[in-house]
Write a protein that binds this ligand. Structure first.
Ligand code: CTP
Length: 409
């Protein structure tokens, strides 16, 4: 089926390039609908855009005819990709803050589709801290940003980063995003994936706690990878400093007990992945007031009690067990032997085992060397970025589910 692009034209001198962009996209068989901001109409006319796109051009949030015919919510959903070009400093700021005071921004706020923004503005506006802050925010919200290119500006004597990227570059990016978000590339569409991640903090008193060095990076990368494959993802996260992955429901917890509760509440799931470094023990009776030193007294001895094993609890459920349960084994010696034991004792389907000795730099680092232990054997993966481990793991999990579904037919 012909893929649909919704092009939002912002008000900048580079808006004229959109005519060429629309022409080239149509040559490639895409249909292009456009929304023009009020400012864009100062640079190109809706008449020219409509003639080139051969589609109606939308300009007004409160146009009754448009609203009756298609409506801004449908406009937001009825496309495979939204492209904002040129994305002015003003549009980027509105997007970053979730404003919705015209048709373009309302559609951007209402959409569930991937969005690509190609900024174009004066270099000083681009380099301004406010714009940079907005762009960082948009990237962490999952907005794809292309450019700006560096070069001469329309204003005499001005040069630097701020030019709209050239049209062929924009077309190439659009094609690659459309391929990536193609429904056939979303094998986990309609599947529920539940992931635990990060450390847990177990209180000693109101200001002190027991913790571990887990950064949560691997679990967050897995959540992002699952979302990319189309899954509905719930990420139950212990205390970390990472931003929420785009398109993922994040439930923040502190203790192991809260994590178990949140996991149980988030079921059912097709796939459950336990990447959290859950504290094995908690302080039996945390103090409700700060524990004070007293002269001559011995240092306190902490009495610990064992936390519930979340992975084991879920893997051994007789009813509502996820079809694929994946655990992690973070070890500092005899990695494979320990992981094999955990596969059995916990009742997991797969264990992702890794060496977390300090010299490996895995804890807190960006790279990981893992082994996948299943009932059929051990697969050794070479060292790679945590995001690559995540993508490979989720692709394997998706293939496993579809094989199971095919076998059941
Ligand atoms: N796990 C869990 N709940 C716990 C402890 C561990 O869900 N209370 C999960 C982890 O998320 C991981 C797997 O169990 O997927 C193994 O965790 P790990 O800490 O390596 O193993 P432990 O069972 O704690 O064993 P040990 O600390 O003795 O190695």
């Amino acid at each position: 089926m012909k893929q649909r692009i919704l092009l939002i034209i912002g008000g900048g001198i580079a808006a004229y390039k959109c005519l060429d962009l629309i022409r080239r996209l149509r040559e490639r068989g895409y249909s292009v609908r456009t929304i023009m901001t009020k400012a864009a109409e100062q640079f190109v006319t809706p008449l020219a855009v409509g003639a080139i796109s051969n589609e109606r051009v939308f300009t007004d949030l409160f146009n009754l005819d448009d609203e009756r015919e298609i409506g801004h919510i449908r406009l937001a959903r009825d496309s495979d990709l939204i492209v904002v070009a040129p994305a002015t400093a003003d549009l980027l700021a509105k997007m970053a803050h979730g404003l919705a005071n015209d048709l373009a921004t309302s559609v951007l706020l209402a959409t569930d589709k991937p969005v690509l923004a190609a900024p174009a503005m004066n270099p000083r506006m681009w380099l301004n801290r406010a714009t940079q802050r907005n762009v960082t925010q948009l990237k962490s919200d999952g907005i794809h940003i292309l450019g700006p290119a560096v070069g001469e500006m329309a204003e005499r004597g001005e040069a630097g980063p701020g030019r709209l990227v050239e049209v062929p570059e924009l077309v190439a990016k659009i094609e690659s995003l459309l391929a990536r978000h193609d429904i056939t590339a979303r094998p986990l569409a309609g599947r529920q994936v539940l992931i635990t991640s990060g450390p847990t903090h177990e209180p000693i008193d109101p200001v002190r706690y027991l913790a571990n060095r887990s950064s949560g990076k691997q679990g967050y990368a897995i959540a992002a990878a699952a979302a990319k494959l189309g899954a509905d993802v719930t990420l139950v996260s212990g205390p970390v400093t990472l931003a929420d992955p785009a398109g993922v429901k994040v439930v923040r917890v502190v203790t192991a007990a809260e994590m178990l509760e949140a996991v149980t509440q988030s079921l059912p799931a097709d796939i459950a992945i336990f990447a959290a470094a859950v504290a094995d023990w908690r302080v039996a009776k945390p103090k409700s007031e700060k524990w004070k030193k007293s002269a001559n007294a011995e240092p306190p001895a902490l009495k610990l009690t064992e936390n519930a094993d979340i992975l084991k609890t879920i893997a051994q459920r007789s009813k509502g067990r996820p079809s694929l349960v994946i655990g992690f084994a973070a070890e500092t010696e005899d990695v494979i032997a320990h992981a094999k034991k955990k596969l059995k004792s916990k009742g997991a389907d797969w264990i992702v085992a890794n060496d977390v000795s300090p010299e490996t730099g895995v804890m807190g680092g960006d790279r990981n060397t893992v082994h996948i232990i299943t009932r059929d054997g051990v697969e050794d993966w070479s060292e790679m970025d945590k995001s690559d481990v995540a993508e490979k793991l989720m692709a394997r999990a998706a293939a496993h589910l579809s094989q199971n579904a095919a076998a059941a037919e």
